[in-house]
Design a protein around this ligand. Sequence first.
Ligand code: PRP
Length: 172
Amino acid sequence: MPLRTLIPDDRIQARIKELGQEIARDYPDGTLYLICILKGATIFLADLARAIPRDAFLDFMGIASYGRGKTSSGEVKVTKDLDISLEGAHVLIVEDIVDSGITLNYLTHVLRQRRPLSLEICALLDKPERRQRPVSVKYVGFRIPDEFVVGYGLDYGEKYRNLPEVCILEGE
Ligand code: PRP
């Protein structure tokens, strides 16, 4: 299927540098955890973590969601939990994309119960037109139109995650 570049890799990297500086400014002290949601956010996490000029701890969480697309039951479950406790720490959820908002709406409820000092979201891409559940995203890389995008962590049937840029998959 043909791919069309939506965001070239130099723009992604430049924006991540800005986000990293902003995040470091907003968290001058305290423990900061970056929580990466598998698998799509792995590439973004790797670049973002290195763009934040302060200590940051990393952990990973797996989520399975059913009901995006045709049936919208909005059921979400944790398939891989964190290794660490969030109590008393600043927590920043790192996501590749916010679409319906179902995943992050659920996840923020789950993580808030673990008593972090603060809980915010950083998403590389946001498709606000698609929102079904409210989500407050503090740091957004790029707002994008409602197109099927792949690359830079995002897949189509597990393909394209390792593309360095974000592309529109045409015909989808
Ligand atoms: C994608 C993305 C988010 C979620 C966003 O994950 O990484 O977690 O969908 O969609 P939503 O706002 O409609 O809930 P996906 O389930 O495709 O898994 P993956 O990251 O492993 O590809």
